[in-house]
Structure formats: C-alpha cells, structure tokens
Write a protein that binds this ligand. Structure first.
Ligand SMILES: N[C@@H](CCC(=O)N[C@@H](CS)C(=O)NCC(=O)O)C(=O)O
Length: 250
C-alpha cells in the first residue's frame, strides 16, 4: 500500500520529508495532522500512549511507522525509484546529519518566536482555526487555539537567536562556491536548509494567511539574507516542488 505521510503542510519538518519523497520518486499520500486534537489517533498509529509525539510520521503497511523527518528522508533516499530526479539524495549520511542538526536548531528558535507572536495575535489564531472549522466560528475558538499554541510553546526548550544566525551564516558560506550546499549536486542538505528559511520568510510552497505569514517572517533576517531566499525559491522551481499537498497525492 502507498505510504501515508501524516504532517502539517506548513511545517518545515513535514516539507523536508515530502520534498525528499518527491525528489526520490517515492509515491506517497499526504494526510494533514491537527496539533493536539489529532494526537490520540497518531498515538494509536504509533502504539504509544505516553511520551512526546511529533509529525511528520510516515505510515507504511507493511513496515510500520517512521517518525522523524530525517529518518523519513533517509528511507526515501534508500528507496529511490527510476522516477527520481535526485536518485542519490543522501550520499553522505554524516554530512546530511550535520546540516539537519544545524537547520533543526535554527527552526527551534524560529518556532518559539513565531508561536510566541501567534499567542498575542488574534488574527493568526483565527486563521489557524479556519483551517479546520468554518471561519465564522474561529473567534469563538480563539481560547482553544491559544491554549494549543501555548501547549506547543511549552513542549520545546528555548533556543537562542544565535542558532539562526549561525545557520544562515553557514548556508551563505556554503553557497559561495555554487548553487548547492554540499559539492556540485543537489542533496538533502539543500532541502534541510531551504525549508529552514520558512522561519525567515515563508516561501510559496504552503498556503498561509496574512497574519501567519507575518508571524513567521523575521524582517531583520529576511532583509539581510535576501540572497538565500532567492536561492530557496529557485530551488523550489528547479525541483518542481510545489508544496506538500501538490507533490504528494492528498
Ligand atoms: N524531530 C522531529 C521534529 C518535528 C517537529 O518538531 N514537529 C512539530 C511540527 S512543527 C510537531 O509535531 N508539532 C505538533 C505538536 O506540537 O503537537 C522531526 O524532524 O520530524
């Protein structure tokens, strides 16, 4: 059976996994997850009642679930099909892992900043509810949306702004020599770093409301690292990645 990627189409972690599946030519379907409300069902799939769960998760029958975006990408790379546009996405696991960890730290900082802003932004909270419920009821659901955002914030340790500075500087340095992060071919490192830029200025690969876009944008970094955003947009075009929903069959 075609594997099902459960995730959040706007989440950089889900985008990483979907982009890796897309580039490796591995067929997969997509199912949107609802934070907190979707958790019991996810726990059932994972057969785990306690402890932290996160998305993306790739559900395979047979084969069981794969839980981490990097592990999903590794699995995709190892199962590349003749349809792959990047048949060897992870030529060096240690190198890919290094870039993945760098992107993760930066994303963790970005998430805390964006979700922190969201808690005080009624418009963003309403946009989030409108993804699941009719927009007219969103204002009534505001306390629920705020509680979910606060719960998300409480789940993650604080990460300093320097994590993002470090990742952006290393990315710019790596791209000095050419269009790809490692060597002269596209690899997972490009995907990890390009999706990290969602927390600097979201790209066109996910539909977002204006308030969500505002909270996810870091004006200072967006201005200083415009070249990296242009690189990200060119990479999306080059690889024909139009986002999680369009690239996988929802
Ligand atoms: N290490 C994980 C991290 C993924 C992650 O942080 N997922 C967040 C998405 S922003 C999540 O599952 N949030 C759901 C929630 O907090 O309820 C991976 O790379 O897959």
């Amino acid at each position: 059976m075609t594997p099902l990627l459960v995730g959040l189409d706007y989440s950089p972690w889900t985008q990483r996994a979907a982009w890796a599946l897309h580039l490796s030519g591995v067929p997969a379907r997509f199912g949107q997850y609802t934070p907190t409300l979707g958790e019991p069902r996810l726990r059932l799939h994972l057969r785990r009642l306690g402890g932290r769960v996160s998305v993306p998760v790739l559900l395979r029958t047979p084969g069981g679930p794969i839980e981490d975006s990097f592990d999903i990408a590794r699995w995709a790379a190892a199962h590349a099909t003749p349809a792959a546009s990047a048949p060897n996405l992870i030529p060096d696991v240690a190198e890919a892992h290094r870039w993945n960890a760098l992107a993760d730290r930066a994303l963790e900082y970005g998430r805390l900043r964006a979700v922190g802003d969201m808690i005080d932004n009624a418009g963003h909270l309403d946009e989030a509810s409108s993804k699941e419920f009719p927009p007219a009821v969103a204002p009534l659901l505001r306390p629920v949306a705020r509680a979910i955002a606060k719960r998300t914030l409480g789940k993650y340790a604080s990460t300093p702004r320097s994590a993002m500075v470090d990742a952006l500087a290393q990315l710019r340095d790596a791209l000095g020599a050419g269009p790809y992060v490692v060597g002269d071919t596209l690899s997972y490192a490009d995907i990890a770093m390009a999706t990290m830029l969602e927390m600097v200025s979201p790209g066109p690969q996910a539909e977002r409301g204006p308030e969500e876009t505002r909270d996810w944008t870091d004006p200072e970094f967006a201005d200083e690292f415009r070249d990296l955003l242009e690189w990200r947009d060119a990479l999306l075009d080059e690889t024909n990645f139009r986002g999680v929903r369009e690239s996988l069959n929802s």
